[in-house]
Design a binder for this molecule. Structure first.
Ligand code: HPA
Ligand code: MG
Length: 240
């Protein structure tokens, strides 16, 4: 599919309010783990304010999400569509846990329990949403009639998903499209969209680590952390 930049006001489909979903783990506004309480990369320590979600907590939660997804898709062979680059680390961990969850259930003997694919949806530069969304990497009619689980690192304003989901439904004719996001940010700028599967609900700070970046820096950081002023200053022109 050709790349398309779109900037009209977002509309949220009723199904994208995810009524009745299992709520994420709620991290209170004052959630703060000191940088010295965990092993935080010396490369980045001076550019971070605090840890928001330690690696072990992230991994445990991803295993829980995988269990829930497997239990709800025993027969449907969902397609996991990873939104690059942010969701790459979450996707790797999720696929590993889904493999375990499906194997333990032995529900797909002789067939594929799920398939995986990738696309790019870009709506951010630095710490600010640009209001424009560019979608690339979705090809042909290979998803027609399928259940697609869009794997995202974070739902912040929700803008990118309000662009991607209609594209999947209307242009690629998928049977069902839902979002699985590691994080959901509590922000006044949210368009109201709620992912169907969410790991953690977090306060309105710019978070980095576990795939989440600031101008491409911090993606490989193991814990999810809050960037500080020095970090923003240091990486504000990094790989834009
Ligand atoms: N961190 C990294 N990327 C993001 C964020 C964030 O807090 N919000 C939207 N994209
Ligand atoms: Mg993202």
């Amino acid at each position: 599919m050709a790349a398309a930049a779109e900037s009209a006001a977002p509309t949220v489909a009723p199904e994208d309010l995810s009524p009745g979903r299992q709520e994420p783990i709620f991290l209170a506004d004052d959630t703060k783990i000191g940088l010295d309480q965990l092993r935080v990369s010396a490369n980045y320590k001076q550019y971070l304010s605090h840890v928001m979600i330690p690696q072990g907590y992230i991994n445990d939660r991803i295993a829980g999400l995988a269990d829930q997804i497997a239990a709800e898709h025993l027969d449907t062979c969902p397609h996991l569509l990873c939104v690059l680059n942010g969701a790459s680390v979450f996707m790797m961990k999720l696929v590993e846990e889904l493999h375990k969850a499906y194997s333990a259930r032995a529900c797909c003997v002789g067939k594929a329990p799920f398939t995986i694919g990738f696309c790019r949806v870009k709506s951010y530069a630095g710490t600010a949403s640009t209001g424009e969304v560019l979608i690339t990497g979705l090809i042909g009619d290979e998803l027609k009639g399928r259940t697609v689980i869009v794997v995202e690192d974070i739902v912040d304003t929700g803008l990118s998903m309000t662009r991607l989901l209609p594209k999947l439904r209307e242009e690629l004719e998928v049977e069902k499209a839902v979002v699985c996001s590691l994080i959901e940010k509590r922000t006044e700028k949210s368009c109201g969209l709620k992912a169907r599967y969410v790991g953690f609900s977090v306060p309105d700070h710019f978070v980095v680590g576990c795939g989440l970046d600031f101008n491409e820096a911090f993606r490989e950081l193991n814990h999810i952390c809050v960037i500080n002023k020095a970090g923003i200053e240091k990486f504000k022109d990094f790989l834009l």
